[in-house]
Design a protein around this ligand. Structure first.
Ligand SMILES: NC(=O)c1ccc[n+]([C@@H]2O[C@H](COP(=O)([O-])OP(=O)(O)OC[C@H]3O[C@@H](n4cnc5c(N)ncnc54)[C@H](OP(=O)(O)O)[C@@H]3O)[C@@H](O)[C@H]2O)c1
Length: 252
């Protein structure tokens, strides 16, 4: 039996990479604001999420595998039935490190690792967007991608494959904003700097003290607030924007 959404005024959001970090903060923030939330990640639904229906609205998905993405999209379309999808947040991401935890430069990155990072961070958002375009169009919905400061400048810890994938994601955001605007679907990006999650590398604290004008890490909730704004009516004429969330780190 499929758990379909009942007709209601509650908007619906689907969030990738919802199991921890920034994605987990995003699903909590949308839920607090009264949205129905569909979550996607490889791992089972996190028991620290406080709402009962969350477990049945979680779709286990491996974004490195196109078949898994297509199955997840099919499950989401079944659950939506004739409802539209009000927002899709492409948050999931991978950032491989060298074996000693250090930065993985271009010359140290094998082709399989490079391809894997592009698939999860850049190609999967394209595949999922294509597969969910009809319900997004039906709702007049919006898409938010989670890029990175590493998309636009060489970063001391984020590796080359990651930087290329996020530059691609930022470009994909612009392309989609241009292409989907006429269908009434807005597409925007956020571009976080150093946010306190498990993706950070050793040495980040010293870098933040030196390079971030606000002299502190960001909190995942501070990213979630901006993602929620971009998906909300308050941003109804914002399309093709990329908002840095980094305490001023990009000014250096
Ligand atoms: N933290 C920062 O400072 C920072 C800065 C700039 C940009 N970002 C971006 O923000 C986003 C979230 O980062 P985070 O710091 O919250 O990272 P995180 O704590 O490592 O979480 C990454 C999320 O991506 C999911 N994921 C990874 N590989 C996946 C796959 N193959 N299939 C499905 N899901 C997958 C993980 O879920 P499972 O492991 O359960 O599958 C997890 O929920 C990423 O796109 C990252 O690049 C983060």
């Amino acid at each position: 039996m499929i758990d379909t959404f009942q007709p209601s005024a509650r908007p619906i959001v689907a969030v990738t990479g919802a199991s921890r970090g920034i994605g987990h903060a995003i699903v909590k923030r949308f839920h607090e604001e009264g949205w129905d939330v569909l979550t996607l990640a490889r791992t089972p639904f996190s028991t620290v999420c406080p709402w009962a229906e969350g477990i049945v609205r979680h779709v286990e998905t491996d974004l490195s595998d196109e078949g898994s993405i297509q199955r997840a999209a099919g499950t989401i379309r079944d659950r939506l039935a004739d409802r539209g999808l009000d927002a899709l947040v492409h948050n999931a991401g991978v950032s491989p490190k060298a074996t000693d935890g250090g930065r993985l430069g271009a010359m140290d990155t094998d082709a399989d690792t490079f391809r894997h990072v592009q698939m999860v961070n850049t190609v999967a958002p394209l595949i999922l967007t294509r597969a969910l375009l009809d319900p997004l169009t039906l709702a007049g919905g919006s898409i938010v991608t989670v890029s990175s400061i590493a998309a636009s400048q060489v970063h001391p810890f984020a590796g080359a494959a990651y930087a290329v994938s996020k530059a691609g994601l930022s470009a994909l955001t612009r392309e989609l904003a241009h292409e989907l605007g006429p269908r009434g679907v807005r597409v925007n990006a956020v571009s976080p700097g150093e946010i306190g999650t498990s993706i950070l590398s050793p040495g980040t604290d010293a870098m933040v003290a030196r390079d971030v004008p606000m002299r502190r890490l960001g909190d995942p909730r501070e990213v979630a607030d901006v993602v929620l704004f971009l998906a909300s009516r308050g941003a109804s004429y914002v399309n093709g924007a990329e908002i840095p969330i980094n305490g001023g780190q990009h000014l250096a």
